[in-house]
Every structure is written in structure tokens, then in C-alpha cells.
Design a protein around this ligand. Structure first.
Ligand SMILES: Cc1cc2nc3c(=O)[nH]c(=O)nc-3n(C[C@H](O)[C@H](O)[C@H](O)COP(=O)(O)OP(=O)(O)OC[C@H]3O[C@@H](n4cnc5c(N)ncnc54)[C@H](O)[C@@H]3O)c2cc1C
Length: 266
């Protein structure tokens, strides 16, 4: 188990004369926890907040879009939980992650975290990485807060003006639960190779909504496949949703496993 460092400056050599960059590299290699200050907390939709953690001075980690960080509170070092980065690898100086108020850690974060508090953070890890190759189509399937890493995918592809096509099929209960809606619409306006499609699962028939209704199903996913051999399917979020999509992609669409990436949150 990595050792927690409560004084991040002391832990990286400021007090020992080691060059800070070399010391940070050693922190990274050892996967030690680093104390980070909460810079901002943003309510995205009811029950979901984005937390921005400022990197300490001199900290400059290498990581990839789509990875997750592991966090714990300084007063409870044995209770660690993973959170997908909702920022991307081009965002430097901070991490952002987006949490649903659920379970012990999710509830403590959403209800209690405030700017200037400190969280302990283990470096990014994980293999839920966008395949940014020319000609590839990333078909991203998300429900609720499972959309978090896909904001990173789209941010990076848009800023780098990549040729990779990204389609996000996003399932929410109601229209006021579309996390990152404004940013996704802005990214879609800048990036002709990104499309956002939303489906609402809990609307009454008489409630107005111009878009699709009902759960993600095979027919809807099929509608968005352009070139099956070059399509990579991504699903992220709570296990039941990811397993449903896994079944749909592998058993109903008969796509090989090599074209499917999943991130199960438990
Ligand atoms: C790789 C990875 C990335 C993740 N990324 C994110 C992310 O970006 N955003 C995010 O919000 N979450 C994410 N998670 C989930 C996150 O790590 C936490 O698991 C989540 O915030 C819930 O906190 P907890 O584990 O302390 O909940 P726990 O208290 O352990 O509860 C876990 C689940 O059990 C349920 N539960 C608890 N007690 C009971 C009970 N008595 N009866 C019935 N049900 C109960 C809770 O509602 C919850 O759904 C990620 C998980 C992984 C593995």
C-alpha cells in the first residue's frame, strides 16, 4: 500500500535539497499520495459535482486522458476510492473529476467538500484510453455520471483537431440531468467529428422533449455505426449499465472483444 504524504512539499524534497522535479518523478514512480487543495466545486446537475484539485507547485505528472485517480481524505487514509478524470491530459496544473452523490465516499464528497480543503491523491492509472488513430470511430456509451471520462476524450480530440470521429450516446433520466451539456454543445460546434445524442429514460409521455426517449438499445447503437471494423466501443459507469452495454455490443452486435473498452465503477 503506498505511503500517504500529508506535507507534499516536504515529501518531494523541498526540505532535503533534492531538485523538485527529480523528487516529483520519484513520487510518481512510487505512486505515493500527494496532498492537493480543492480549487473549485461545481454543481453540474442535481446530485453531481465536479471537483477541481490544484497540483502542488512543481508537480507535473505524465498521464493519459481517460485514466482515473484514487482519492482519500487526510482523516481517513484507509478509505480510498477511484474517480475517472473528467479533465484531459492537455489540462495542466489541475485534475477534475465528477462525482455522483452515492455511497459513503460519493456522499461525503458531494455534500461536504469545499474550496481550500485538502484531498490526498494517488497518481492516475487505468487503461480506459481513447484510441486516437486516424480513421477510428469512438462510439461512447454512457449513463449519468459515467459520461465523466468522455468529456476528457472530446476535449483532447477537439483541442488537437484530431481526425478521430467521436459519437457520444448519453442516457439520462431527464433533460435537466445532462451533465456537461453546455460544454458538449460547444465542443460539437467546434469539432465537426464529434456528435452528442441524448436519450431520456424517465419522461412522462406528455412532458416536452424534442430528442429520443427510452434506454440505449441495439437499434439505436446500430444507427450510429459507420464502419464497423474501425469502430471502438466504450462504456463507463455502474456495473449493471456497463454489463448491459457489454452484452449488447458483444452478443447482439457481434463485435469482437478487441473493439470494446469498459470501465466498471462497481
Ligand atoms: C475506475 C473507477 C472510476 C470511478 N469513477 C467515478 C467517477 O468518475 N464518478 C463517480 O461518481 N464514481 C466513480 N467511481 C465510483 C467511486 O469510486 C465510488 O465507489 C462511489 O463514489 C461510491 O462511494 P463508495 O464506494 O464509498 O460507496 P459505498 O458506501 O461503498 O457504496 C457502494 C454502493 O453500494 C450502495 N450501498 C451502500 N450501502 C448500501 C446499503 N445498505 N444497501 C444498499 N445499497 C447500499 C451505494 O449506494 C453505492 O452504490 C469509480 C470507480 C472506479 C472503480
Amino acid at each position: 500500500m503506498p505511503e500517504a504524504c500529508f506535507d507534499s512539499r516536504a515529501s518531494v524534497g523541498y526540505l532535503t535539497g533534492v531538485h523538485p522535479e527529480a523528487a516529483w518523478e520519484s513520487v510518481r514512480m512510487k505512486r505515493e499520495a500527494v496532498a492537493m487543495s480543492v480549487e473549485s466545486v461545481t454543481l453540474e446537475v442535481p446530485q453531481v459535482k465536479t471537483i477541481r484539485l490544484r497540483w502542488p507547485e512543481g508537480y507535473d505528472p505524465q498521464f493519459q486522458t481517460g485514466q482515473f485517480i484514487t482519492c482519500f481524505w487526510p482523516d481517513e487514509p484507509d478509505y480510498k476510492r477511484a474517480y475517472s478524470l473528467s479533465s484531459c491530459a492537455l489540462d495542466r496544473g489541475f485534475y477534475e473529476f465528477t462525482v455522483r452523490r452515492d455511497g459513503k465516499m460519493g456522499t461525503r464528497l458531494v455534500d461536504w467538500i469545499k474550496p481550500h480543503q485538502q484531498l490526498m491523491v494517488l497518481p492516475p492509472a487505468g487503461k480506459f484510453l481513447p484510441v486516437f488513430e486516424p480513421g477510428k470511430h469512438l462510439l461512447c456509451l454512457a449513463g449519468g455520471s459515467g459520461v465523466a471520462p468522455f468529456r476528457g476524450f472530446v476535449r483532447e480530440a477537439t483541442r488537437r483537431q484530431l481526425d478521430t470521429r467521436i459519437t457520444l450516446l448519453f442516457s439520462v433520466r431527464r433533460p435537466d440531468e445532462i451533465i456537461f451539456e453546455r460544454e458538449f454543445r460547444e465542443l460539437a460546434a467546434q469539432n465537426p467529428r464529434f456528435e452528442l445524442h441524448v436519450t431520456c429514460t424517465r419522461l412522462q409521455p406528455d412532458e416536452p422533449w424534442p430528442g429520443r426517449r427510452g434506454r440505449i438499445d441495439a437499434a439505436w447503437v446500430r444507427e450510429h455505426i459507420r464502419d464497423l471494423p474501425n469502430t471502438v466501443f466504450y462504456a463507463c459507469g455502474p456495473n449493471p449499465l456497463v454489463e448491459f452495454i457489454e452484452h449488447l455490443v458483444l452478443n447482439e452486435l457481434h463485435v469482437p472483444k478487441t473493439q470494446l473498452r469498459t470501465e466498471k465503477w462497481g
